[in-house]
Write a protein that binds this ligand. Structure first.
Ligand SMILES: Nc1nc2c(c(=O)[nH]1)N[C@H]1C(S)=C(S)[C@@H](COP(=O)(O)OP(=O)(O)OC[C@H]3O[C@@H](n4cnc5c(=O)[nH]c(N)nc54)[C@H](O)[C@@H]3O)O[C@H]1N2
Ligand SMILES: Nc1nc2c(c(=O)[nH]1)N[C@H]1C(S)=C(S)[C@@H](COP(=O)(O)OP(=O)(O)OC[C@H]3O[C@@H](n4cnc5c(=O)[nH]c(N)nc54)[C@H](O)[C@@H]3O)O[C@H]1N2
Ligand SMILES: [Mo]
Length: 680
């Protein structure tokens, strides 16, 4: 985005930046409107503290910091280092994420902290780590333009990533675009082929594709020489016949056979792209790895227009994956590895005994510990779990067990800020500096163009103040501003797959239009677009990739006689962002999306329930219920309904089941029933 300034140097308008390699002169509707929400009346402009009568009262920063430190120190002294946790985000610069993770663990001496990337990308992270030896999405966005066959799996690109969809549209190779999604989404309608599979049947379908490909000998020996586990995988998929996958997925055998031929065509460049339809599942990791396996056995990796590519959601989910110090030790390291701990301690000048030997509990485990009273305090930064967490009622209930809840956000009105004991007012995009990393591993900068309102401070500033107040500022004396932190973090990546030691400073990154990792010292002015694994060297010590698989498991909550419909949730429109704390504050964006929440249902299912367009219905699951208007949508399959995630009630319904490897919530399938509350 190009920012237009007035005479005083304040931002007044935005327009897309023509030369940037990602958006190539286009902008998403949310981007056009990014400045409006900064002026909203519910911006948090002072710290707020809950008083004895239960109201949030304005206080000053010194009081806020004293409260923060005194209460957390008391909890730590009484209950130890596992008694509090932070929950953060994929939406702030990674210098801030790293500061939070290092301050909390090394400085303040707590152990647990996780981020909303668990809700979003954990599955892709784990799938890549296990298969490739490092969390390394291989693609470059140019691959959208270089592909002959583009498979979009559980990904509604037109709505969720309009700029990437534009990249698909620029493809001159007349690509076949195949969308695998239970719903006939906007993207499915624009595709060459839509495969409306039954929810969560992807894994069986992919195994059947591998079955056909191996049966017909359409495999790539060169890539297989770089894989471990082929014989076992080939033996395993023998049982996954096209007939079995047809039965499970609702596709027919001929379609499956044709798809197997297409994705293994050695004369075509085939790329697989997936998003939340895969990640948010109780077996997402194996489903993602099933796509990785398909690319590996067919040799569709490391070449233009190929690859098993996960698309990230949040602007800096990738930054969180490398630097947040939650699942991985900061800078793409392992907590369990003594050499890694020694290196991080040495380069950050932190005593070695301050570096924990284990990663944090995962998000759901943190909340379970809070429900059991083991975790007494939570510090929520730039996320809104009281809206977005799965089966949110459980979180609301455990709130009562918490001694201390801190929420650090741009707005005091979010569902999470409203129930906090202490609200710390933060500045947002446009009001601070730092770096973000996108799905093609490109590091880009953001710059401050406005002052934050009132007493709001950048998260970076807040962490500095907390370090001082806690008494550990001496370990963070070099973290003076985001660019100095960038320098430290950059040096930490030396020798890791994500080595970025060749990036000089923010100016260098800006001038290059963002730079992809890896970028070790000496990389020089090489091509602007790079993909991984061109040499078929993976990051496991033996240089080989792993073919990983497991039998599909049973859906945790199937539709049944009592709750006969399957609920899918996801993005509603291109002008709504998650919990709406920002996008709802733009007049233009508000006009571009429905004013009320709609539940989408197939007309025949509605007819059978005697409900019509615009009727108000109650959508009920075993965990809760909410009201919605009916939208008759032939795009829905029979037996399924869809609710956008943007309504705060939706997660009262969702089912708290998790992928066993990634602990990502299964937001996209649970059983519900509909009852008419009133006719239109
Ligand atoms: N406008 C807008 N854009 C956004 C966001 C936003 O809030 N608003 N959020 C951003 C973020 S953080 C994210 S993570 C991305 C998410 O981007 P997407 O993942 O593209 O969006 P979703 O709508 O969550 O889910 C995608 C599709 O998965 C399908 N699906 C459900 N179950 C299954 C299944 O079992 N198999 C398959 N194959 N498909 C299934 C759903 O029908 C849905 O169409 O969007 C990003 N972009
Ligand atoms: N049912 C259902 N639930 C879902 C999903 C789904 O598909 N279905 N998708 C899941 C996914 S993929 C995601 S990513 C999550 C997203 O869920 P959340 O992270 O809870 O949603 P956001 O609305 O993006 O919350 C970000 C918060 O950070 C604040 N903020 C923005 N910038 C800054 C900043 O610079 N500093 C600070 N301190 N605060 C800032 C915003 O005001 C906002 O309150 O939702 C998940 N929940
Ligand atoms: Mo996400």
């Amino acid at each position: 985005m190009q920012i237009h300034l007035d005479e005083e140097g304040s931002a007044i308008n935005l327009s897309p930046q023509a030369g940037y390699p990602v958006n190539i002169g286009m902008a998403c509707p949310k981007g056009w409107q990014a400045l409006d929400p900064l002026d909203a009346p519910d911006r948090a402009t002072t710290p707020l503290l809950r008083d004895e009568s239960g109201n949030l009262q304005a206080i000053d920063w010194p009081q806020a910091l004293t409260t923060f430190t005194t209460r957390l120190k008391k909890i730590q002294q009484q209950f130890g280092r596992e008694s509090a946790a932070f929950l953060s985000t994929g939406q702030i610069p990674f210098e801030e994420m790293a500061f939070l993770g290092c301050l909390w663990k090394f400085g303040m001496g707590f152990l647990h902290g996780d981020a909303n990337t668990r809700q979003c990308m954990a599955t892709a992270v784990t799938a890549y780590k296990q298969a490739f030896g490092f969390d390394a999405p291989p693609a470059t966005y140019a691959d959208f333009e270089e592909s002959d066959v583009i498979l979009l799996v559980g990904s509604n690109l037109c709505i969720a990533h309009p700029i990437l969809w534009q990249r698909v549209m620029r493809n001159q190779r007349k690509p076949q675009i195949i969308v695998i999604d239970p719903r006939a989404t906007e993207t499915a309608q624009a595709a060459t082929q839509h495969l409306a599979i039954r929810p969560k049947s992807d894994l069986t379908l992919f195994y059947a594709l591998a079955h056909c490909i191996i049966r017909d000998g359409r495999i790539c020996q060169k890539t297989l020489a770089q894989c471990v586990g082929y014989d076992e995988f080939a033996a395993f998929v023998k049982a996954y016949t096209p007939a079995m996958a047809a039965e499970r997925s609702g596709l027919d055998v001929a379609t499956i056979e044709q798809l197997a031929q297409l994705v293994s065509d050695p004369n075509k460049r085939v790329s697989w792209w997936w998003t939340m339809g895969i990640n948010q599942s109780y077996e997402g990791v194996r489903a993602a790895q099933a796509m990785i396996n398909l690319c590996l056995i067919t040799g569709q990796i490391g070449k233009p227009g190929t690859g098993p590519n996960s698309i990230t959601g949040q602007c800096n989910a990738m930054g969180s994956r490398l630097f947040s110090n939650t699942t991985s030790l900061v800078g793409g390291h392992d907590f369990a590895n003594p050499q890694h701990r020694e290196k991080v301690a040495r380069l950050l000048k932190i005593p070695l005994d301050r570096i924990p030997e284990q990663a944090s509990l995962a998000y759901d485990e943190i909340l379970d510990a809070a429900a059991q009273g083991k975790i007494k305090a939570l510090w929520i930064v730039a996320t809104n779990p009281f809206h977005s967490w799965v089966n949110v009622e459980k979180l609301r209930k455990l709130r009562e067990n918490l001694d201390f809840l801190v929420v650090q956000d741009m707005y005091h009105s979010t569902e999470s800020a409203r129930v906090a004991d202490l609200v710390l007012p933060a500045s947002g995009w446009g009001e601070k500096d730092g770096c973000f990393i996108n799905s093609e591993r490109r590091i880009g900068t953001i710059s401050q163009v406005r002052r934050a309102p009132g007493m709001a401070l950048s998260d970076f500033r807040i962490f500095r103040l907390i370090a001082e107040s806690w008494g550990c500022a001496n370990w963070f004396s070099r973290w003076t501003d985001p660019e100095s932190a960038f320098e430290l973090l950059k040096n930490l990546t030396i020798g890791r797959p994500c080595d970025i030691t060749g990036m000089e400073n923010y100016d260098h990154i800006r001038q290059r239009g963002g730079i992809q990792w890896p970028y070790p010292t000496g990389t020089g002015d090489c091509a602007k677009e790079r993909r991984l694994f061109e040499d078929l060297q993976f990051y496991h010590p033996d240089g080989k990739a792993r073919l990983l698989f497991d039998p599909p498991s049973v859906m945790p909550e199937e539709a049944d006689a009592d709750y006969p419909l399957l609920l899918l949730t996801g993005r509603g429109s291109s002008s709504q962002w998650h919990t709406l704390s920002r996008s709802a504050k733009s007049d233009v964006l508000r006009k571009l999306c429905p004013a009320e929440t709609y539940v989408e249902i197939h007309p025949a299912d509605a007819h059978a329930l005697n409900i019509g367009e615009q009727d108000t219905v109650t959508v009920q699951s075993r965990r809760g219920s909410m009201q919605a208007k009916v939208y008759l949508a032939p795009t829905m399959a029979r037996g399924q309904v869809f609710l956008p995630m943007h309504d705060a009630q939706v997660n009262q319904l969702t089912h708290p089941s998790f992928d066993p490897h990634s602990r990502q919530p299964n937001y996209k399938a649970c059983a519900v029933r509909l009852k008419k509350s009133s006719s239109h």
